[in-house]
Design a protein around this ligand. Structure first.
Ligand code: NDP
Length: 255
């Protein structure tokens, strides 16, 4: 890792696609040294090289956030950390409670909640030592209201929300902000495809007729905005949806 100890450093999990990749770009543009992490090493290496070519400072580190031993080794390898963006996560399945796969529920809890817990615990000492640390948690509007077929994901994102809310209470008086970003419908290349096990037709239905779902860039923009506020400004929770979506279940579709 080439992070100059003098440069403000932002770690982004799930930086190999979608919101995480877009956030890494935005934070690099905001002059952070960005450490991109995800399981797919080739993707984060390509993005880090692209950022470096554009004169930004970036490094890539292959990491599965559910693997605590690997997360601890990653933390030990960092020179400094000022910002942690807990973005790695996602949904698996959209089945009713009656027939949902418990294995999907377990995996969603592992990545969205325990992954965030592992990263936050491992980096908190360095974030505190920075004297001006920021923890961002990507929850979702699913962490605030449920919908049919969403229970497993909703439960996991509620877990991420509660982690953020509780951590903010526990860290009061410490120089670390805790920011929760709760996006509604965001059209990224992989989120819905992953949710439906690679079924592109089902994935396309999610966004069908919606004129302008949010993009990864829209969400990255809100994340970068919260992170770059002055240190004493803590945006506790930022809910962001496309104009065509008034709630998880109230979506305007032009069909
Ligand atoms: P993507 O599917 O594009 O990105 C998910 C990212 O998480 C990938 O980079 C993936 O990388 C990474 N990831 C998954 N599992 C692990 C793991 N075990 N360890 C490390 N990295 C992992 O989804 P989005 O960009 O759309 O979503 C990003 C976040 O925003 C997620 O937490 C999602 O729940 C949340 N969100 C998304 C919304 C949407 O509508 N798209 C709405 C609200 C919230 P790799 O496979 O290489 O490890």
């Amino acid at each position: 890792m080439t992070a100059a100890a003098t440069r403000r450093t932002a770690v982004v999990t799930g930086a190999s696609s979608g919101i995480g990749a877009a956030t890494a770009r935005k934070l690099a543009e905001a002059d952070y040294h960005v450490v991109l992490t995800a399981r797919r090493k080739d993707r984060i290496e390509t993005l880090a090289a692209e950022l470096a070519e554009a004169g930004r400072s970036a490094a890539a580190y292959a990491l599965d956030v559910t693997d605590r031993t690997a997360v601890d080794a990653f933390a030990a390898a960092l020179d400094r950390v000022d910002v942690l963006v807990n973005n790695a996560g996602g949904a698996l399945g959209a089945d009713p409670v009656a027939t949902g796969d418990p294995e999907d529920w377990r995996r969603m809890y592992e990545v969205n909640v325990l992954g965030t817990l592992h990263m936050t615990q491992a980096l908190l000492p360095a974030l505190t030592d920075s004297g001006d640390g920021t923890v961002v948690v990507l929850s979702s509007t699913a962490g605030h209201a449920t919908y049919e077929g969403g229970a497993g994901y909703v439960a996991a994102k509620n877990g991420a929300r509660v982690l953020a809310e509780t951590l903010r209470l526990e860290l009061v008086g410490q120089p670390v902000r805790v920011i929760e970003i709760a996006p509604g419908m965001v059209k990224t290349e992989e989120f819905a495809t992953t949710r439906f096990g690679g079924d592109e037709a089902k994935a396309a239905k999610v966004y069908e007729g919606v004129a302008e779902p949010l993009t990864a860039d829209d969400v990255a923009d809100t994340i970068a905005w919260t992170v770059t506020r002055p240190s004493h400004v803590n945006v506790d929770l930022l809910v962001v949806r496309p104009r065509a979506q008034a709630s998880n279940t109230k979506v305007h579709r032009e069909l």
